[in-house]
Design a protein around this ligand. Structure first.
Ligand code: NDP
Length: 372
């Protein structure tokens, strides 16, 4: 007999939380109301068992449509610990030298690449060649050329490429987009994003150009870029950018400490953004239209996301971002579900083209056109 506990387990914490609130029409979770999930489960191996990989693994415990079943790691002791913690069989454990063998493993559907930025390009291409779907952390790659190569590799292998844009499934963010789409803000004129924190340990890979591909822009500034695109609802056509460096010992050549940048959109709307590794407590979005506004702070942290519009507080359900993301990604992979804001490789590439343009603008001082 089904007990209430069985029911809760089957529904998963995130899905249940979404059902209890006034979920937006954007989420496929709305389709599940009242029905335990009986569809296909996405069996995922995580590559790179670091800080964020651990967060994703913990969040996946509450997934209903995705399950952690494997690991790929350069650290044998972590593999052992994860096997014990997540009940992962030996046959689903790989290292960076042998993970191409996953092509012979029918029990893994997708690999989630959560390693330092510079490794994503090669690792995703190997995942594609092994015939597995690739989920890749942001930034998808170091530049647009690499991003395009990853898209091509996944297309050639007939596998999907998704980017870990967890905010694309966040209910309060989606509510602002719903309001914009129905005209509540009127014509959008201006967006502002402040994204930053103080980077600690100077020896971490994030401050190593060879592994990070840059500095704050690659890590946290990308949230401002991505946010500008989904909040304004257009693709920018030009950028200008200015870099400030106060600590060249910590933030070496090619590792940006702070960049201010501006984006221009076809409608005439503009965005003014700040990306920093040396300013604390920057996590704020502001969208201004002719008839109203939306303000979110925190806007992209792990949550809860908080915000208000000219109509009042945003009060959509609070979710664990990575739980919802992985459940939604299962439906994108298996059912071709189209989320309100895409998370495919092309979406990742758009951000990379803008990053390329921002670095060029910061270096030259010129207004740079974003490549279409
Ligand atoms: P960590 O340093 O915490 O973990 C990275 C892991 O990658 C390491 O633990 C290691 O795992 C593996 N790795 C493989 N090669 C190297 C290498 N040469 N140097 C260091 N680590 C290596 O980083 P994060 O988890 O914070 O970040 C990983 C990725 O996730 C980045 O691309 C980052 O931008 C993204 N990220 C996304 C977030 C989001 O909210 N979407 C939040 C935080 C990060 P092992 O020992 O198992 O091999």
């Amino acid at each position: 007999m089904n007990t209430r506990r069985d029911f809760l387990r089957k529904m998963g914490a995130s899905a249940l939380m979404l059902q209890l609130g006034s979920i937006t029409s954007f989420s496929s979770a709305a389709n599940q109301i009242g029905k335990p999930y009986e569809g296909r489960v996405l069996r995922v191996a995580i590559m790179g068992l670091g800080g964020y990989g651990t967060r994703v693994a913990e969040a996946m415990k509450a997934c209903t449509k995705a399950k952690l079943v494997g690991v790929i790691s350069g650290t044998p002791s972590k593999i052992k610990a994860w096997q014990a913690r997540y009940n992962i069989p030996e046959k689903n454990c790989y290292n960076y030298d042998n993970f191409d063998l996953v092509k012979n493993n029918p029990d893994i559907d997708a690999i989630y690449v959560i390693t330092p930025n510079a490794l994503h390009h090669n690792q995703v291409i190997r995942v594609a060649k092994a015939g597995k779907h690739a989920i890749c952390e942001k930034p998808m790659a170091l530049n647009a050329r690499e991003g395009q190569e990853m898209i091509d590799a996944c297309k050639n292998a007939n596998v999907k490429l998704l980017v870990g844009y967890r905010m694309h499934f966040e209910p309060r963010t989606l509510e602002v987009l719903r309001m914009r789409n129905v005209g509540d803000f009127g014509k959008v004129m201006f967006f502002q994003a402040q994204c930053g924190f103080k980077a600690g340990d100077p020896s971490q890979w994030r401050l190593n150009k060879a592994l990070a591909g840059g500095g704050s822009m690659m890590d946290i500034g990308i949230y401002a870029i991505n946010g500008a695109r989904y909040m304004v609802g257009e693709e920018p056509v030009w950028v200008t950018a200015q870099e400030t460096k106060t600590d060249p010992l910590k933030f070496k050549d090619g590792v940006d400490e702070t960049i201010q940048f501006q984006l221009g959109f076809p409608s005439g709307a503009i965005a003014s953004c700040l990306s920093s590794y040396n300013i604390s407590h920057l996590d704020r979005f502001y969208l201004s239209g002719e008839k109203g506004f939306a303000e979110m702070q925190p806007s992209t942290g792990y949550g809860p996301i908080r915000g208000r519009t000219h109509k009042g507080e945003l009060n959509q359900p609070i979710t664990t971002h990575q739980t919802v993301q992985m459940d939604e990604m299962a439906t994108i992979i298996f059912d071709d579900h189209r989320p309100a804001i895409p998370v495919n490789g092309e979406e990742g590439l758009k951000d990379l083209k803008i990053i390329d343009a921002i670095y060029q603008a910061a270096e030259t001082g010129l207004k740079v056109k974003v490549k279409g």
